[in-house]
Design a protein around this ligand. Structure first.
Ligand SMILES: Cc1cc2nc3c(=O)[nH]c(=O)nc-3n(C[C@H](O)[C@H](O)[C@H](O)COP(=O)(O)OP(=O)(O)OC[C@H]3O[C@@H](n4cnc5c(N)ncnc54)[C@H](O)[C@@H]3O)c2cc1C
Length: 378
């Protein structure tokens, strides 16, 4: 089978690996507009369950990925200068660039051709030239736009702004920090992803953003301002920019996931708010589900139908949990009157996927502390 892939992100690379592994005679070419060492952002997070899926799909890349991991089991919530730790979770962080390098190497070893610095403009010619065209071209997908009438995308621009920084301060756990100043409430999502760097994503609601006057600030001033808001948490370390800019989160859904021989995967197909940390996981698990569909049948139309049927309920479930979580952060200001322990409890249960009973089992110390503080018994 001849497969063209637009986008050498986690979705496109991982699908190429799995399809080449399944059948070495598959002719697979990835077109990537960036170079092999360019990237945006800092680190990404995986849960223990995702790692098991990656191991089952390809042990070689799984071994490389886990060698580079920084693992932890705690979520820390910081509010009013107090830190509440909730253990019993399983997460690992890796630099996005490192993950991409591992996947690029593995794909090339297997015989996948990757054309870097090749931005695709003429999607239709590429589509005509292959049996299967994969649109793994990310959140602002050109292919989704080109065939918008077929895919019928639903794109929701969310009100909160966020900015993705790094820092040398190491956060040993998924740390959610809330700070208030005269402009409003800022939330930081941070975690270490190697021995010297943490991801540090900051978000705020539109009122806070306007009050702080970010529109009038250049990149340097913005970094300085945000650094001051979180000065106590950064412990003297600076925030690091990677062309970091304020962005509104884009919630992506599509009515149709494929037409004829073109299919969307990863962020081009769907997004889930970063507060549940699942974008890369979902992208790679899409690749697994799609490759498995081609194990069932080599007929492209049947395989894409199978992919949509099996994967859509999983994605809808994730998107609904991520939606609750995103809404929580959009309304973060309304929770600031809570004590640190109460805030930690509502945060942990915000998406509806973690219950009181789950927490009691996984983090009994936290629940005892919560019950003592609130005099509640679940
Ligand atoms: C603030 C923030 C924090 C996040 N944190 C996490 C996290 O903690 N954990 C996590 O798992 N995920 C996280 N994510 C999400 C994650 O970054 C994405 O979900 C993931 O990268 C999606 O993979 P993808 O392969 O679908 O797309 P991408 O990684 O976006 O890759 C798409 C690729 O396509 C290329 N491309 C686009 N158009 C063309 C074209 N016309 N021609 C050629 N190439 C093209 C791009 O250069 C890019 O390399 C976060 C995202 C944000 C914004």
């Amino acid at each position: 089978m001849k497969i063209n892939i637009i986008g050498g992100g986690p979705a496109g690379l991982y699908f190429a690996i799995l399809m080449k592994k399944a059948n070495a005679s598959n002719q697979i070419r990835i077109y990537e507009r960036n170079g092999p060492d360019d990237t945006f952002g800092w680190g990404v997070v995986f849960s223990g369950k995702t790692l098991a899926n990656l191991r089952a799909a390809d042990e070689v890349s799984h071994a490389e990925i886990t060698k580079e991991f920084e693992a932890w089991d705690n979520v820390d919530v910081v509010h009013r200068d107090a830190k509440v730790s909730i253990h019993g979770n399983s997460f690992s962080g890796i630099a996005r660039l490192q993950l991409l390098k591992i996947l690029q190497r593995r794909a090339e070893e297997l015989g996948v051709e990757i054309e870097f610095h090749h931005e695709i403009q003429d999607v239709e010619s590429l589509r005509q030239d292959c049996d299967l065209l994969i649109a793994g071209d990310g959140v602002n997908s050109t292919i989704r736009l080109r065939y918008a009438e077929k895919f019928q995308p639903d794109l929701g621009v969310r009100p909160n702004r966020y900015i993705w920084y790094g820092t040398g301060q190491l956060f040993h756990g998924l740390t959610l920090t809330f700070r208030e100043n005269s402009a409003g409430v800022f939330a930081a999502h941070s975690y270490k992803f190697n021995r010297s760097t943490s991801t540090f994503i900051v978000e705020c609601d539109p009122r806070t953003w306007e009050n702080a006057d970010f529109e009038k600030m250049n990149a340097e001033k913005t970094l300085e301002y945000v650094g001051e808001v979180f000065a106590k948490d950064l412990n003297g370390y600076k925030l690091l920019s990677n062309n970091s800019k304020w962005i509104n989160f884009l919630l992506v859904k599509n009515r149709n996931w494929f037409f004829e021989n073109v299919v969307l995967i990863g962020d081009a197909l769907h997004t889930a708010h970063f507060s549940i940390g699942s974008g890369t996981k979902l992208a790679m698990e899409d690749a697994i589900a799609l490759a498995e569909s081609f194990n069932q049948t080599t007929d492209v139309s049947d395989a894409l139908t199978h992919f949509t049927k099996t994967r859509r309920p999983v994605i809808e479930d994730y998107q609904s949990a991520a939606f609750e979580s995103m809404r929580w952060f959009e309304n973060a200001a309304s929770y600031m009157h809570l004590s640190p322990i109460e805030l930690a409890y509502v945060l942990m249960t915000r998406s509806g996927r973690v219950t009181y009973d789950d927490l009691k089992r996984r983090a009994p110390d936290f629940i005892s502390h919560y019950e003592l503080a609130t005099d509640s018994h679940g």
